[in-house]
Write a protein that binds this ligand. Sequence first.
Ligand code: ADP
Ligand code: MG
Length: 352
Amino acid sequence: WDMFVLAFVERLFRPTFKKDDFVLGKKLGEGAFGVVYKVSLAKKTSGKEGDLVLKKATEYGAVEIWMNERVRRACANSCADFVYGFLESSSKKGAEYWLIWRFEGESTLADLIQSKEFPYNVESMILGEVQDLPKGLERENKIIQTILRQLLFALDGLHSTGIVHRDIKPQNIIFSEGSRTFKIIDLGAATDLRVGINYIPKEFLLDPRYAAPEQYIMSTQTPSAPSAPVAAALSPVLWQLNLPDRFDIYSTGLILLQMAFPSFRSDSGLIQFNRQLKRCDYDLNAWRKSVGPRANADLRRGFELLDLDGGIGWELLTSMVRYKARQRTSAKAALAHPYFDKEGLLALSIMQ
Ligand code: ADP
Ligand code: MG
């Protein structure tokens, strides 16, 4: 009851919007299921809204609104700050769902890893100051650790809520300039297994560059969505049986790989890596052996970074990128991995 009253009161005091309240700005993205714009409010209401983001979505927008409402109540800090979602039926193109978020910042992790400066460009964003330290592997490793820890923290929030994102990739990770942390965006392909929302995976939505090898997140023996109360009762069991969250862990492992190896940051580089790994039956150690003799300087440097401190970075990577979902680590277990020492990036800047 407390939760119910709280949710009701929260909804009562949250601003509501309609179509004419927004002035469209720059287009931020366009996919098969919607267009995303930076927007501002036509007339300032309370004055503290600032810039917003608007997604005009097709029929899948209904699920995305539902997911964002749930995230805001259960694990608000994991994702971009959701403001409001509604059905806009007066548009010429027919009914559209409009979703509004706070504008978190200019850069996604995809933008940031494409820079020649990565990971140093991220260090100053997280710490809010420029470090006057010698550049080197140790420092790069600390920055990458910090990014990965923030990402796993956000993911653990989603998974603990029962949500599997299914489209984890650098394009869907935004740097929040307000909180100086990375947050997850784009719940358009997400599934909530606790209540059976979007239970049947929309396979065609999955990005093949970052998708784990399993075709179906839930086993094919559970093909249809049970009714909500049945799903709610069954889902902890199904979760334990299928470990659907490990799909996101595989994608996260590929992001760690891209951060460590510059040559896999481009689309073509990542696709080439995926092909090589598949040829090694998804065994990272076998892949490492296979490239060992012909590794260029760029690859060798990546291995060197992951081999720091007795190879704990490589150990964590291999515990995330595995063929069998069951053998992959969880977000919570990964956060307790020795790769993440307690102090991280902040300590490095204070110590030296
Ligand atoms: P799509 O379905 O097109 O992938 P996304 O939700 O991923 O839609 O948004 C597209 C792009 O818009 C993102 O890659 C990001 O650059 C930008 N974006 C989305 N949400 C926000 C936000 N809350 N703050 C700032 N930029 C955002
Ligand atoms: Mg996206």
